[in-house]
Design a protein around this ligand. Structure first.
Ligand code: FAD
Length: 459
């Protein structure tokens, strides 16, 4: 009998930030790996603002110089704005049992350099044009030694007693081909190839957010900047529509990405109604509407729908999922790309150890699974607090006792603590407001995440 070697040690499905970084980590360690990407890069993609924990990945992969050469805008911090009304013009004095005086502002901002981060030696991270960024990262993986096949759509993975066979086609009508690998990493994003195939996907029971977005040229970012340095911050503008907000993300000096996020029930069905919805939503913040109307829309509007889900498991015998392929949490804190990159940072060591021991059982990947679940659970709870009582978030950012602990979460340092104390405190305060109908914030409780903490514990 002739024994044949598998074609690759590792096959990675998808070449976005998760697949590109995984290819780069593995190739850098000398692993024989392939990335299979269905599109021909560059291709546009939503998800343009990073958080600082992404910098550790760029450092590991010797990629920071390239990020600088690409001249992506430096993101030094974040700001949140609201009209001075609704929850914001109530009397907040003495709202809590410990006698705190609460005075949330309608504009808060935070700079990343207020808190030092281990392994991060810059005061900023980046906003990125994803077409350019994803291509650069995939090319970097290729330069480090990963094979990259573009225009190749994976349809199925055959798992049997031996090595998995990845089945793929070139284009729509191509002939189906197969390649073998010792293990498969699903980085197929919200397409969730293995999640669908293995029936592991759980639709998020709480979040059903939709988004509509596009780029504007010559939008004046100074309109909301209290200081000059805010011009390249990400801005999140709260709208007086329940669970609805707008992102403002710098793409270049002149180009800005603007997106409205809302719940499914608010979202219109037809394309035309959606554009109308965009302008109506923006119209609730007149300063923003006026500035956008003076700017030039560069592309057609694009929408993204009902995107939140989890998986019953993110690793198994001979496979794992990284990035969106394993879970999607609401993008309010710009988490997705950094989760994708950090998935690869945490997972690649488990993959290399599995190759060394020739043991590809699910247990070999448990360290990664535990860590990524801890991080995404923390994000999920933080996001749930935010939607349940966003005035509380503003209050915590403004209070020196909690500011740096909140900043730690916003920087993406969410993977080590099973229960970060600041999150526990926030949850406790939410529950006090829920139970006290006379609390001045009671009326501001959002309806969407009422049961979110229960769900966070179960998925
Ligand atoms: C409305 C909205 C706003 C967001 N805003 C932000 C933000 O500001 N900041 C942030 O960090 N994140 C944001 N995100 C999240 C971000 O888009 C994702 O988390 C990120 O792109 C995940 O990277 P990934 O590599 O896992 O998946 P992707 O970037 O989606 O990459 C997956 C790749 O797999 C390929 N693929 C899929 N199926 C197959 C197949 N069968 N065969 C071969 N290839 C395949 C796809 O073509 C794609 O290139 C946002 C998301 C949404 C919906």
């Amino acid at each position: 009998m002739v024994l044949t070697k598998p074609d690759f040690d590792v096959a990675i499905i998808g070449g976005g930030p998760a697949g590109g970084s995984m290819g780069a980590y593995l190739a850098k360690a000398g692993v024989n790996c392939v990335v299979l990407e269905r599109e021909l890069f560059p291709r546009p993609h939503v998800g343009e603002s990073l958080v600082p924990s992404a910098m550790r990945v760029f450092r590991d992969l010797d990629f920071i110089d390239q990020m600088e050469e690409a001249k992506f805008p430096h993101k030094f911090g974040a700001a949140w704005t609201a009209e001075d009304r609704g929850a914001y013009d109530m009397d907040f004095k003495g709202g809590f049992k410990d006698g705190d005086t609460l005075a949330p502002e309608s504009h808060v901002d935070i700079r990343f350099n207020e808190r030092l981060q281990d392994g991060v030696d810059r005061e900023y991270t980046y906003h990125v044009d994803r077409a350019k960024f994803d291509l650069m990262l995939l090319q970097h993986a290729n330069k480090l030694g990963a094979a990259v096949y573009e225009g190749v759509k994976v349809g199925h993975v055959d798992f049997g007693p031996k090595e998995p066979v990845v089945r793929f086609k070139m284009g729509q009508n191509g002939k189906e081909m197969g390649l073998t690998a010792k293990m498969v990493i699903d980085a197929s994003g919200r397409n969730t190839l293995l999640g669908n195939q293995l029936k592991l996907k759980i639709k998020d029971p709480v979040f059903d957010q939709y988004a509509i977005h596009t780029w504007f040229d010559n939008y004046d970012r100074k309109v909301f900047s209290k200081k000059d340095e805010h011009r390249d911050f990400i801005f999140i503008h709260f709208l007086p529509i329940s669970n609805t907000w707008i992102w403002q993300i710098p793409i270049t000096d002149a180009v800005t990405s603007i997106g409205v996020v809302t719940q499914k029930k608010n979202f219109a069905k037809s394309k035309q109604e959606r554009e109308e919805f965009f302008w109506n939503a923006v119209g609730t913040r007149p300063a923003l509407r006026d500035a956008l109307q003076k700017a030039d829309r560069m592309h057609a509007f694009k929408d993204e729908g009902d995107y939140s889900y989890a998986m019953k498991q993110v690793t198994g015998d001979r496979w794992m999922m990284v990035g969106d392929a394993g879970r999607f949490v609401d993008p309010i804190f710009s988490t997705g790309v950094s989760i994708a990159l950090n998935s690869s940072r945490f997972a690649h060591n488990n993959v290399i150890a599995a190759l060394e021991k020739n043991d590809f059982s699910r247990e070999s990947f448990s360290e990664f699974e535990n860590k990524i679940r801890r991080g995404t659970k923390n994000w999920y709870e933080f996001i749930s607090v935010y939607y349940r009582l966003n005035v509380l978030f503003t209050y915590f950012v403004g209070d020196p006792r909690y500011r740096l602990d909140v900043l730690k979460l916003l920087q993406g340092d969410v993977y080590d603590d099973a229960a970060p104390p600041v999150l526990e405190k926030m949850k406790k305060m939410v529950s006090e407001v829920e139970q006290n109908e006379k609390h001045p914030w009671h009326k501001s409780l959002g309806d969407m995440t009422v049961d979110a903490f229960k769900h966070a514990a179960s998925i």
